[in-house]
Design a protein around this ligand. Structure first.
Ligand SMILES: Cc1ncc(COP(=O)(O)O)c(C=O)c1O
Length: 436
C-alpha cells in the first residue's frame, strides 16, 4: 500500500479533495499530447469535455495526475464493483503473475480457468450451465448472437430500443443508437427486428409470429448505459415465455447488471427467468478484462466441432484475468456486497428524494447501486456532471436521450461517500434551477 499512500490514496473510503482547477495544469498538457497521439473519438477528448487523466485508484477513490482525489460514481464503467484495486484482487493477480502470465487460449486451458467456469456455472440461474469465455463484453455478445444463430438455424435477431450491447460489428446489431450503428451496420440491418424496450407482450408475440427468421432475442434485463431504466414488472418473464414458445434463443445481456450491481447476482434470477444464454463481463474481472457467456449446455452444444474453435481470441480466459475474477467473486461473497448494494441503494434513494422537487429533474430512478437522474434537456446533463466534478465527484451523463446522469459507484462505497455524492447532486441540481 506504500505506493498508494504516496499518491494520497491511503484508503479508498475518502471524500474528494480537489486542489487544482479541473482539468489541472498537468492534465491540460497531457491532453494536448494525447490529441496528437491517439485517434479522435477514442482519445477521451470529446469536444467540450473535461480532460482528466487517472493516475491511481483505490476503493471508491480516483486520483488524477494533478493530485486531485475524486469519488468515482461510475465504478470505472461498472467494472470496479469490489472497488478499484481491491487488495485481494491485486494479490491474486500478483500470485498468478509469478506462475503463468499467458496461456494457449482454446488449445490448452489452465487451472484457474477451470475453477472459474465451474464457479460461474454454480452462480448462474441456469439448469445445466456451461461457460464460453470472451475477451470483452462485446465479444460475449458476439458469442451469444452466433450461438443463437447456430442453435436456432435462423439468422434474425430481436433487439430493443434503447439498448447498448457493444460496438463490434455483431454487437452493434443489438445496440440501438444511430450514431453508433449507421456508418457500419446498414448491410446487416434487415436481420434486426427492433421493438421499444418494454413493448407489450402481444406486440412481441405478433413480431415473432410474423418474422419466423428470428432465432435470437438479445435483451438487457435493465437498460444500463442507454437509459438506466427498468422494464415494467413481469415483462422479462413474458418475453422469456414468448421466446420459448417460438423457439427463439433468449440471450440476456447482464454485462452491466450482474454480480450485485442491481442487488442480485443476476437480475435474470430475480425476474424468475431462465435464459438460454447470459452475457457477463465488466465487474467479473475486478479490473482485468474478462467476459463470458454462461449458457445452457444443450444450446452451447451448437458449437461442437471436429476442428478448431470457431470463435476464439488469443487472450481468451487470460490467466491473470481468471485469477482476478476468482478473487473478485470471493470478495463479493465474503463482504456480502450483493446484500450491501441493496442496503446502500435504499439509503441513496432516500437521500436523493429532494431531487424530485427540482423543476429540471424529470425522474430519479434506481435500485441497489444503479441509479439514473433524468434531466429535462440533454444540455443540462453534462452541465450537472461538470458541477459534480468540481465537487470531486465523477459521474457520467448520456444515454440514448443524452439526459441521464448515471450513478453506479463501487459496491464498497461507504455511507459517508454515498451521502456526499447524493448531497452534491442535490446541491448541483439546485444550482441549475437558480441558473435557469
Ligand atoms: C449491457 C452492456 N453490454 C455490452 C457492453 C459492451 O461491453 P464491452 O465494453 O466490455 O465490450 C456494455 C458496455 O458498457 C454494456 O453495458
Amino acid at each position: 500500500m506504500a505506493a498508494s499512500r504516496s499518491h494520497g490514496l491511503d484508503s479508498g473510503d475518502r471524500l474528494p479533495y480537489v486542489r487544482t482547477s479541473v482539468p489541472g495544469p498537468r492534465a491540460r498538457r497531457a491532453a494536448r499530447r494525447l490529441e496528437g497521439a491517439e485517434a479522435p473519438g477514442i482519445n477521451t477528448l470529446v469536444a467540450g469535455s473535461t480532460a482528466m487523466l487517472w493516475e491511481a485508484a483505490l476503493g471508491s477513490n480516483v486520483l488524477d495526475i494533478d493530485g486531485n482525489r475524486y469519488l468515482d460514481l461510475t465504478a470505472g464503467f461498472g467494472v470496479a464493483a469490489v472497488g478499484h484495486r481491491h487488495p485481494a484482487v491485486v494479490s491474486a493477480v500478483k500470485r498468478q503473475a509469478d506462475r503463468l502470465l499467458h496461456g494457449l487460449g482454446d488449445v490448452f486451458a489452465h487451472p484457474y480457468r477451470l475453477e472459474l467456469s465451474e464457479r460461474l456455472g454454480r452462480l448462474a440461474p441456469l439448469r445445466e450451465p456451461q461457460v464460453y469465455f470472451a475477451a470483452s463484453g462485446a465479444d460475449a455478445v458476439e458469442i451469444a448472437l452466433k450461438t443463437g444463430r447456430l442453435y436456432s438455424g435462423r439468422p434474425g435477431i430481436l433487439a430493443f430500443t434503447p439498448a447498448y450491447h457493444g460496438t463490434t460489428l455483431g454487437a452493434l446489431q443489438g445496440t440501438s443508437r444511430p450514431a453508433f450503428r449507421s456508418p457500419f451496420i446498414e448491410p446487416l440491418e434487415h436481420l434486426v427486428h427492433r421493438l421499444p424496450y418494454g413493448a407489450a407482450a402481444e406486440e412481441v408475440q405478433q413480431l415473432l409470429e410474423q418474422q419466423p427468421e428470428i432465432g435470437t432475442c438479445l435483451v438487457e434485463p435493465v437498460i444500463g448505459r442507454e437509459a438506466t431504466r427498468w422494464p415494467p414488472p413481469g415483462w422479462l418473464a413474458a418475453l422469456a415465455a414468448a421466446c420459448r414458445e417460438h423457439k427463439v434463443v433468449l440471450a440476456v445481456d447482464e454485462i452491466f447488471t450482474a454480480f450485485g450491481r442491481c442487488g442480485e447476482w443476476f437480475v435474470s434470477a430475480e425476474a424468475g427467468i431462465e435464459p438460454d444464454l447470459i452475457c457477463c463481463g465488466k465487474a467479473l474481472g475486478g479490473g482485468l478484462p474478462i467476459a463470458a457467456v454462461i449458457g445452457e449446455k444443450d444450446v452451447l452444444a451448437a458449437w461442437q466441432t471436429e476442428g478448431e474453435a470457431r470463435h476464439t481470441a488469443t487472450f481468451v480466459a487470460h490467466p491473470l484475468a481468471c485469477a482476478a475474477a476468482l478473487a473478485t467473486l470471493d470478495v463479493i461473497e465474503s463482504e456480502g456486497l450483493v446484500q450491501r448494494a441493496q442496503e446502500m441503494g435504499r439509503r441513496l434513494g432516500h437521500r436523493l428524494e429532494p431531487l424530485k422537487q427540482h423543476p429540471v429533474i424529470v425522474d430519479v430512478r434506481g435500485k441497489a447501486l444503479l441509479w439514473g437522474v433524468e434531466l429535462d434537456t440533454p444540455k443540462r446533463a453534462p452541465g450537472l456532471c461538470r458541477q459534480l466534478l468540481e465537487r470531486g465527484v465523477i459521474a457520467l451523463s448520456g444515454g440514448a436521450t443524452g439526459t441521464v446522469v448515471q450513478i453506479a459507484p463501487p459496491l464498497v462505497v461507504t455511507e459517508r461517500q454515498l451521502d456526499y455524492a447524493a448531497d452534491s447532486l442535490v446541491e448541483a441540481a439546485l444550482g441549475m434551477c437558480s441558473d435557469s
